[in-house]
Ligand binder design. Structure first.
Ligand SMILES: CC(C)(COP(=O)(O)OP(=O)(O)OC[C@H]1O[C@@H](n2cnc3c(N)ncnc32)[C@H](O)[C@@H]1OP(=O)(O)O)[C@@H](O)C(=O)NCCC(=O)NCCS
Length: 211
């Protein structure tokens, strides 16, 4: 259970009643975790389990792995480059306020390997939009596909939308990302230029999600 251990925004985990040696600092002193929005947690309360993985709401101990995701040149190659240091606090705060954001951890040892999210009302006509990022040392093992598939299967019913499809937008040059989307049955529905790069929009409806 997470609890505020010093009243100043330091969050501590007390499994089996033990105080950890290094409390993790999270943004928003005195904010409840997960944050509450209109009576519901903004981060997903859902806990999704696959053969090898667990998808759960971000926890304070995940912050270091998120920093690696945000500052890795490999992860950010097709996402506009590493996040600048002065923007990292805002990114940290977003962990506590982004709906349907999941940390992806290994089921056996709980190591965080990446993150997946469904934006319930994207800038693309408020359609549900999927995004994902994994740490490079975990690429090439099918973890992203396994996690994203579980997220999509869950989101089609758990994240309501008037549009039956879920979309994803990725740079055309991001061949790994496009391969992942296509392997799940997503179809390319549009190509456009943004941030000086050709972007591909993919869409999927529930019956077309591949196993
Ligand atoms: C996009 C990204 C998630 C893809 O990661 P990935 O590990 O290549 O994706 P997958 O989970 O589909 O894995 C596929 C690979 O795992 C291999 N694999 C190994 N075991 C597997 C298994 N049990 N099941 C499926 N695939 C398996 C596949 O053969 C394939 O290998 P290949 O890359 O040599 O062809 C990753 O590159 C990333 O995080 N990029 C940075 C962030 C980003 O660009 N996000 C997109 C914008 S939303």
């Amino acid at each position: 259970m997470w609890t505020e251990c010093d009243g100043m925004g330091e969050w501590c985990d007390f499994p089996a009643g033990k105080r950890p040696s290094i409390p993790v600092s999270l943004p928003g002193a005195h904010a409840p975790w997960p944050p509450v929005w209109e009576g519901r947690a903004m981060t997903s309360a859902a806990d999704l389990v696959t053969a090898r993985l667990r998808l759960r709401a971000p926890e304070p101990a995940d912050v270091a792995a998120y920093h690696r995701l945000w500052t890795s040149a490999d992860v950010r190659r097709h996402l506009g480059g590493p996040v600048a240091a002065d923007r990292l606090p805002a990114y940290e705060r977003s962990l506590a306020t982004t709906p349907h954001l999941f940390s992806v951890v290994t089921a056996d040892d709980g190591v965080m390997i990446g993150s997946v999210v469904i934006d319930p009302g994207s800038r693309f006509e408020a359609r549900r939009e999927l995004s994902y990022q994994f740490l490079p040392e975990h690429w090439g093992r099918g973890y992203a596909r396994e996690a994203v598939r579980a997220l999509l299967a869950w989101a089609f019913t758990a994240v309501p939308s008037p549009d039956p499809s879920i979309i994803a937008v990725t740079q055309v040059a991001n061949t790994r990302s496009r391969g992942l989307l296509e392997s799940l049955g997503m179809r390319r529905v549009e190509t456009f230029e943004e941030f000086g790069e050709p972007q591909a929009m993919y869409a999927l409806t529930a019956p077309d999600l591949r196993g």
